[in-house]
Design a protein around this ligand. Structure first.
Ligand SMILES: [Zn+2]
Length: 408
């Protein structure tokens, strides 16, 4: 082979490679095919907004913006009497909402600026799945951003704003970020409903605070509408939720495990799946008038991540909640030590069985493959394990986890 032939072959080879590269870079679909939509999410926190009082405000046309969302009952405070039980306070509540985990994972037991969340947050999980995506946390009650100080220091929260109890500041900063920013996930927290609740209880001023936060929700939704004119391919999920209810009869307090303090709501701008819209009628734990058959505040982060396409893989999954949109995984997952034995019993519920595969992971290792006809599994393997065991059960590619300590 002479030099000219070698050069020619090299040139042909290179042009073939570059042709392949060009082909890979060019769109594979016809030019008029729809472009991929960008999924983004806005989580609006309304501190201490009582579900019943909101329903009354909606009936009296005093909360028109919240009235337009798909609103369903939910619970907070974990399951009392188990390792997930946490106070119906704001520190533990917001930490669950922003991690999909109860206190046995996040370890924020009360309201204190010094606690630091110990579970992977929605901000961190989004960044681990897609480092280029942007996040913002704009809060009226600064303790929330203090609890997530590690996420701010590590760059998992790009924009952190403390508004120091001034809700109009939260509205202004969030409107600005939604209209002009590049965030993929925005958390906005309003506090007036809780502050007024503590001061005046259920009162005309509390009703005014509900109207006021509804107006702020309206401002944020209008900002999104304006944004979508310039960004028609963005698909925004909006979720509104409080961190806790309020104690009867007067609504001044919260923190305990009463029905009124544990009952909350989750509102979406999209249709929810069965986990949100079809509560389990007779949950295994019948306490609080069957409240545990409903969705919980631990479902918020999995819902945000499902919409953002950033749910962690099953082997690395450690969240207690289920996505409230899209396919439904197994529901009502429990993990208990079998009395007198060194084994663990898992139970769960599914819809009508159809032979759908169900996988079980123990601390990230696949240990069983079942079908949805089965609703229990006894793990005799953890004898030698010390420390907490994280079980994950997967159906329809949707994982859900429970943490259990063998010594419990
Ligand atoms: Zn409070």
């Amino acid at each position: 082979m002479n030099r000219a032939t070698v050069a020619l072959r090299l040139a042909v080879g290179l042009s073939l490679i570059s042709a392949v590269l060009v082909c890979r870079a060019a769109p594979l679909s016809p030019p008029d095919a729809p472009q991929a939509r960008t999924h983004k999410a806005l989580l609006i926190g309304v501190d201490g907004l009582q579900y019943e009082k909101l329903q009354q405000a909606i009936e009296h046309h005093m909360a028109p913006h919240l009235a337009r969302l798909n609103l369903a009952k939910s619970y907070v405070g974990g399951v009392d009497g188990t390792s997930t039980e946490q106070t119906t306070g704001s520190g533990p509540g917001w930490t669950t909402i922003l991690t999909g985990s109860w206190v046995d994972r996040h370890h924020v037991p009360s309201n204190n600026d010094d606690w630091r969340n110990q579970a992977p947050s929605v901000f961190k999980l989004l960044k681990l799945a897609a480092p280029h995506r942007k996040t913002a946390s704009i809060v009226s009650w600064n303790t929330i951003n203090h609890n997530f100080a590690d996420d701010i220091a590590n760059g998992y929260i790009d924009l952190a704003i403390d508004c120091s109890d001034v809700d109009p500041c939260v509205a202004d900063k969030t409107v600005n970020e939604l209209e002009h920013g590049q965030s993929d996930l925005v958390f906005a927290h309003f506090d007036e409903t809780d502050a007024v609740g503590h001061k005046d209880g259920f009162s005309p001023r509390y009703q005014q605070a509900i109207q006021s936060v509804d107006e702020h929700v309206g401002q944020l939704l209008s900002a999104l509408k304006r944004r979508q004119k310039n960004h028609p391919l963005e698909d925004w999920l909006v979720i509104v939720t409080p961190d806790h209810g309020r104690r009867l009869p007067d609504g001044h307090d919260h923190g305990k495990q009463t029905l009124s303090e544990k009952t909350t709501f989750i509102a979406l701008n999209k249709p929810g799946n069965a986990q949100l819209t079809a509560p389990i009628a007779h949950p295994g734990n019948p306490a609080h008038n069957g409240l545990y058959g409903y969705a919980s505040q631990a479902d918020i982060t999995p819902t945000l991540l499902a919409h953002l396409g950033a749910l962690p893989p099953a082997a690395g999954y450690s969240m207690d909640g289920l996505p409230l949109i899209g396919p439904v995984g197994v529901r009502q997952l429990t993990a208990r030590k079998v009395p007198g034995q060194a084994s663990m019993k898992l139970t769960w519920r599914t819809g009508r069985p159809s032979g759908t595969p169900v996988q079980i992971y123990r601390n990230g290792q696949l240990i069983a493959k079942l079908q949805d006809y089965q609703h229990t599994y006894v793990d005799t393997g953890p004898l030698a394990l010390k420390g907490p065991i994280n079980y994950t059960v997967v159906m329809h590619k949707v994982p859900v986890s429970r943490l259990i300590t063998p010594a419990d």
